[in-house]
Structures are given as structure tokens and as C-alpha cells.
Ligand binder design. Structure first.
Ligand code: MG
Length: 249
């Protein structure tokens, strides 16, 4: 197939989460939140244990609520925004945007240490990049844009992509077709013709299909507890990212 644009999902498509399990995910977020609260204490933004407890409780409640709502609304609430909302509840309103960014970085720092590229990711991107007619992008449902950018830079993969889009930046999550159209635009492409999405789950395949892209499902070894079944669109299935080369001229 002649391809003009190829969009990759991030988690379990380009990168793998070390020893993935729900417990490990939750632990990472728990640890990240404690670190963020410690940062707030250290910089004297909060001064007592009561406020620290309030932040932890409210943050977890809000995140769970927003996540549940997003299945219907597809709206993404950035980590930085959640911190801002909660601190404002404590009447802390004079922080600059850099501080919220820092809190987001700290919150996701534990998770960041657990993501690393699949064995074949770099060599596949390198091969694809040799074809100057194909533009590449990353499209990730993630509430903190900087985490995805930093991970791509850490493993020297950022240079392969014309665009890196996250739901944090766009405000909507996959499978909303709008985020796919936005990504194509950022890649400098006019529409979904001759474009593909490669991802590991429902949101990638259904969203890509609705947006008019060709779809490739990469089979994940780790199974999510609440996997949503893909019904309707036809899609190609691969087991390893390197197999994508078989579908490109
Ligand atoms: Mg994924």
C-alpha cells in the first residue's frame, strides 16, 4: 500500500510498560501523587497535613470521576488542570503555569520510569523514516503531554515524528475522530486518504475507522481487565511492530 501518513499509538504500540499489571499502574499513580504533595510542602505552598490529605483524597476522587465520564464525553482533563482545581479549592490561586507543569511532571515521574520502547521500535521507525513520502506521528491518550514528549526524547525517538499529539493537548480522547483529524493536520496532511493508524486497542481502531483511516491492530501480550471488543471495522492484525513493513510499499 502507498502510505502518506502513519500514526502510532504510544502505550503497548511503541512502548511497553514493564511488568504491566493494574496494581503496578495504581501504585505508580499513588507514589506520584505522594511525591507531588511532598513538592507542595517543600515549596511551602501547603503548610499542614490536613491540606496534604485533602489533596490526595480529592485528586483521586476527581481523576476517577473524570475517567469514568470520559467514556461518554471523550473529554480529557489534564493532570495540571486537576491540581489547579484542587489548589483553588484550598484558596491557593497565585501559582504560575510552570508550577502546575512541574506538579504534572512529578505526578507522572514514577510511571515514566516504567515505560520503555519495544525491542523493534527504533529499527522499525528508522526504516519507515527512510521513505521520505511517509509522515509519522504519535497519538496518545495521556493526561500530561510532557510525559510522552520526554519519553520519546529519552530513547532518541522524537526525531522520527512530524507530530506528537496527546489528548492532554487536544482536550479530547481517542476514539473521538476529531483528535485523529487534528493529528493529520499537524502532520501537514489534508485528510485521511492513504493514512493508517497502528494501535493496540478499541480506541485506536474504532477512532481511526471513524476518522477514515486504515487500521492496524498490534496484538498486546498483556490483557487489560476491561477490554472493549472491536466490532464492525475490518483491520489488519500484527504481533510485532516490525511487521508493519509488510503493509507498506
Ligand atoms: Mg495503547
Amino acid at each position: 500500500m502507498k502510505i502518506k501518513g502513519l500514526i502510532f499509538d504510544f502505550g503497548f504500540t511503541l512502548f511497553e510498560f514493564k511488568d504491566a499489571s493494574v496494581e503496578k499502574y495504581l501504585n505508580c499513580y499513588k507514589e506520584g501523587l505522594i511525591k507531588s504533595v511532598d513538592e507542595l510542602k517543600r515549596s511551602n505552598i501547603i503548610k499542614n497535613e490536613q491540606d496534604a490529605e485533602f489533596i490526595i483524597k480529592t485528586f483521586n476522587r476527581k481523576r476517577a470521576k473524570y475517567f469514568k465520564e470520559s467514556f461518554k464525553t471523550k473529554t480529557e482533563h489534564q493532570t495540571t488542570e486537576i491540581f489547579k482545581e484542587i489548589l483553588e479549592m484550598l484558596n491557593i490561586k497565585n501559582l504560575n503555569s510552570k508550577k502546575y507543569e512541574e506538579l504534572g511532571d512529578v505526578y507522572h515521574s514514577c510511571e515514566e520510569e516504567e515505560w520503555y520502547p519495544f525491542e523493534k521500535t527504533a529499527e522499525t521507525l528508522k526504516k519507515l523514516n527512510k521513505n521520505k513520502e511517509i509522515k509519522l506521528a504519535v497519538l496518545s491518550n495521556h493526561p500530561h503531554h510532557a510525559t510522552i514528549e520526554k519519553l520519546l526524547i529519552k530513547y532518541d525517538l522524537r526525531k522520527f515524528f512530524h507530530a506528537v499529539v496527546t489528548s492532554a493537548e487536544f482536550g479530547k480522547r481517542k476514539p473521538d475522530p476529531e483528535i485523529f483529524h487534528y493529528t493529520l493536520k499537524k502532520m501537514g496532511l489534508e485528510g485521511p486518504d492513504s493514512c493508517m493508524i497502528c494501535g493496540d486497542e478499541y480506541a485506536d481502531i474504532m477512532g481511526g475507522y471513524r476518522a477514515g483511516l486504515k487500521t492496524i491492530l498490534i496484538k498486546r501480550k498483556y490483557e487489560f481487565p476491561y477490554e472493549k471488543e472491536i466490532v464492525g471495522p475490518e483491520y489488519i492484525t500484527i504481533n510485532n511492530i516490525s511487521e508493519i513493513m509488510d503493509y507498506i510499499d
